[in-house]
Design a protein around this ligand. Structure first.
Ligand code: ADP
Ligand code: ZN
Length: 818
């Protein structure tokens, strides 16, 4: 009998692939193990075993696998089930989910290695200088990677050189699979085997009497051992003996010391940090917990709707503690942007080393470790805090999922596939794992609140801030009026400047919010109206004063700021609009003594950049923090009494059906940073349009009114949560192809979906990185069977793919796009 496996390959093809295995291999393999398999001409891919069986494929001869990569499954069957759901719902392949779910290091890559051809006799005189360099390097090292060769000849493209060497029979190539994950090894030392008896030891010390530095090292080693330490690292020894690495090395070379390596985890938690008992919950928090638990009993997804600073986090902490006490795993999902050290530290205070963190700023190796710890159900990873991808970890014993800030748009992955919504996928995961799930927010998404109203979800509410601090007082500042009366200084109203002065005089801090980074969004010539555009994308470049640069926020293009207009040559360039950088600078000019910091994408690159800004604001080294929406998320600063919103209008005027919901959420969240401790906070919102209904609702903290308005509009215009929406994007370098393809597709959809098809339409930025984009949107009625609709669309795509003139046009599905 022949044996086969069906595997998931990390590629966008929808089906599973069948390979043949020996009987022994079939017996050894389990679902969830990785195998290396040949694919295409000479590629080796990492694949995941999904089924083991004895049915030969009918359409092709199954190839043999290359090798088995695991002793035990690294992915659970539950994960495969969940990933399959994600793939089906979001219209991508399971392979794409696989690829984005596992840390990169798990996907062995095939890479070309270059070897010396030992059979050939090479006449060195026939080689060019560069060829000779490579040849010589291969004499010394048996194998080299292509990049290494590039480094040797100091050239980016070495393929022509390699090709000539191949033709001359000097080298061979080898497709090799290599593993990227390297466990971290710590270097330890101990006294050499020889010196275990006292006699030999004293003889040794005698012999070292003329090498005081060396004997000092040995004595320090004894001292460290005396303090009951079992293993001593080279680092510790170096520190203790105040000596150098070279002295220790000398001792190792002389066999007096012996070195050895031990594998350790990269992310180590300092156990002394765990300091706190759980807080005793107040009446409102306790009531909320009771409601949540009652709802969990009914197996319901539950929403905790608590105003900013009502103590939601402490409620989560309590629920996590109870989950842990039952011996189960807890997952705490947050938008990437809110995953701050502040929150992590808060949880570590309570749960110490049970907390593991999983997000994109961690290295591949750190992520592998969290993966392995979760898989092994280690106590170290009993609680995982992470951004959306933490959802794909190999939990086996999940008891609770918390989705904090559930309304955040960044829970939806935009690019690449799978374009999944982490909150919704978490709800499915919870149902597959039979575990509880709590969504939390001060400003729930319309979707979630609708589900509450429909009694599909359970609900708990906290309407008061912790400690009975009042909700901040919101004041709308009419800058249209003030501009007319000439009572603006730059972008600051006198009202706002006064507020800042007063707060700082009281020793309090201020947050200023502006939704754009950079100095000014646009530079425009006042003579001819031209503004510099990105050559690769259809957007204007943004001016960044600090570097005197014009930058594209869609690709990495940048250029130096021009002195005169590129179109007409006049030196009448002027900035239009303003960003965080300009807010910071203007304020500094107006109030030179103020200590101002800035938090936006530009100032928070790198792993610890966030932390530094937040810490220095916490320590009151800054009076004012200027930032983009980054600073709205989950930050808890006790001393902020004033929040200023520089301009609310650019939020409200966004051409999107969610713009109003978003504006409400954003403004309410930023406002929520004010007055979290004792004193009532103040929020000043500068706007040209103080009578706008959303601003009125923000100022009266009337979520319910906002919801009612929004749900009526959504019903009227057939948007979620009353309809599902699917966006299909067509993408190609050629404008005409995108036009033709999207028109053809929309027409085919209209045959059956009629008026529920919108477009095709170009998005606001219709070209990114030289690729044109055009969208078709399909509104799907709630009672329309979703699976069938998608199958139907896929059928259309099949016909589409067979049309020659559309070849190369990418079709991208975004289900429930936001
Ligand atoms: P939210 O998550 O709803 O914005 P937090 O959980 O951050 O609110 O709580 C706001 C502040 O109140 C925090 O500083 C927190 O430490 C404090 N706090 C909340 N609940 C309690 C409690 N039961 N006992 C003591 N302090 C609390
Ligand atoms: Zn660009």
């Amino acid at each position: 009998m022949q044996h086969f496996i069906n595997v998931i390959l990390p590629i966008p093809l929808e089906k599973l692939f069948t390979y043949s295995v020996t009987r022994a291999e079939a017996n050894f393999l389990k679902v969830g193990m990785r195998v290396a398999v040949p694919f295409g001409k000479s590629k080796i891919h990492t694949a995941l075993v999904a089924e083991i069986h004895t049915t030969a494929p009918t359409l092709y001869d199954a190839k043999d696998i290359h090798q088995i990569l695991d002793d035990e499954p690294i992915v659970t069957e539950l994960q495969i089930k969940h990933w399959s759901w994600v793939a089906k719902y979001y219209m991508c392949s399971v392979g794409e989910v696989f690829r984005s779910a596992v840390p990169g290091a798990f996907l062995l890559e095939s890479e070309t290695l270059i070897l010396k051809n030992s059979e050939a006799t090479v006449d060195e005189n026939t080689l060019t200088d560069e060829e000779f360099l490579v040849f010589e390097a291969l004499e010394r090292q048996s194998m080299l990677k292509v990049q290494e060769i590039a480094a040797i000849v100091d050239k980016k493209n070495v393929l022509p050189i390699l090709k000539r060497l191949l033709d001359k029979n000097v080298i061979l190539t080898k497709e090799e699979v290599y593993q990227q994950y390297k466990p971290k090894l710590v270097r330890y030392v101990k006294l050499g085997e020889k010196y275990q008896t006292e006699e030999e030891l004293s003889a040794l010390l005698d012999s070292l009497s003329r090498a005081p530095k060396q004997s000092n090292v040995i004595l320090s080693l004894f001292q460290l051992q005396g303090t009951n330490q079992k293993k001593i690292t080279v680092k510790e020894l170096e520190k203790k003996s105040k000596s150098s690495a070279s002295i220790i090395k000398t001792l190792i070379d002389k066999d007096i010391l012996e070195e050895f390596y031990v594998r350790t985890d990269r992310v180590v938690f300092d156990a002394t940090k765990k300091t706190k008992q759980l807080k005793e919950l107040n009446k409102y928090q306790t009531e909320a917990i009771q409601e949540i638990k009652a709802s969990f009993k009914e197996k319901k997804v539950t929403l905790l709707h608590g105003v900013t600073s009502s103590g939601k986090t402490e409620v989560y902490v309590q629920l996590i503690a109870e989950c842990l006490a039952e011996g189960k795993q807890a997952l705490y999902l947050l938008p990437e942007i809110a995953l701050t050290t502040q929150l992590i530290a808060r949880l570590q205070n309570y749960f110490g080393e049970y907390v593991a963190v999983f997000h994109s700023k961690y290295t591949v190796n750190e992520r592998v470790e969290v993966w392995n710890n979760v898989l092994a159900n280690k106590s170290k990873a009993q609680i995982v805090i992470g951004a959306r991808s933490a959802l794909f970890l190999p939990f086996s014993n999940l008891g609770l999922i918390i989705v904090d800030e559930e309304h955040e748009a960044s829970f939806k992955q935009y690019d690449p596939a799978p374009r999944y919504h982490a909150r919704d996928s978490a709800i499915v995961l919870a149902s597959f794992s039979n575990c509880n799930i709590l969504l939390g927010s001060a400003t729930p998404s319309i979707e979630t609140y609708y589900n509450v109203k429909q009694q599909k979800y359970g609900y708990a509410q906290i309407t008061r801030r912790y400690g009975n601090v009042l909700m901040p007082e919101v004041e709308l500042v009419d800058i249209k009026e003030l501009t007319r009366k000439k009572r603006m200084k730059g972008h600051f109203s006198e009202r706002l400047l006064l507020g800042i002065t007063e707060a700082v005089q009281e020793g309090e801090q201020v947050i200023l919010f502006q939704n754009r980074r950079g100095y000014a969004p646009i530079v425009e010539c006042t003579t001819c109206g031209h503004s510099p555009q990105c050559p690769n994308c259809d957007v204007s470049l943004t001016y960044h004063q600090y570097k005197k640069q014009m930058r594209c926020h869609y690709c990495s293009y940048h250029m130096a700021l021009q002195k005169s207009c590129l179109a007409c040559g006049m030196s009448t360039l002027n900035t239009k609009g303003f960003g965080t950088e300009q807010v910071e600078q203007e304020l500094q000019e107006l109030m030179p003594n103020l200590r101002i910091g800035r938090m936006d994408l530009d100032t928070t690159r790198g792993k610890h950049a966030y932390e530094k800004i937040i810490t220095s604001f916490e320590k009151h080294e800054l009076d004012v923090l200027v930032g983009t929406q980054m600073l709205t998320k989950g930050l808890d600063f006790g001393n902020v009494s004033l929040v200023g919103i520089m301009n609310a209008d650019n939020l409200l005027n966004f051409p999107d059906f969610r713009a109003h919901e978003r504006s409400y959420q954003l403004l309410a969240q930023v406002s929520g940073r004010a007055g979290r401790a004792q004193k009532r906070g103040k929020v000043l919102i500068q706007t040209y349009n103080p009578y706008h209904q959303i601003l009125q609702q923000v100022s009266t903290n009337d979520y319910e009114a906002m919801y009612t308005d929004q749900i009526n509009e959504r019903r009227l215009f057939k948007y979620p949560p009353l309809h599902r929406i699917l966006k299909i994007t067509f993408k190609h370098r050629d404008y005409g192809k995108v036009e033709g393809a999207s028109a053809w597709f929309a027409k085919s959809l209209r045959v059956s979906f009629k008026d529920d098809v919108l477009g095709p339409e170009f998005p606001a930025v219709a070209r990114i990185r030289n690729q044109y984009l055009k969208n078709v949107v399909l509104k799907i009625k709630k009672d329309q069977p979703l699976g069938k609709t998608k199958d139907y669309i896929k059928k259309i795509e099949k016909s589409f793919n067979s049309i020659g003139q559309f070849k190369g046009v990418r079709v991208i599905y975004n289900v429930d796009y936001i």
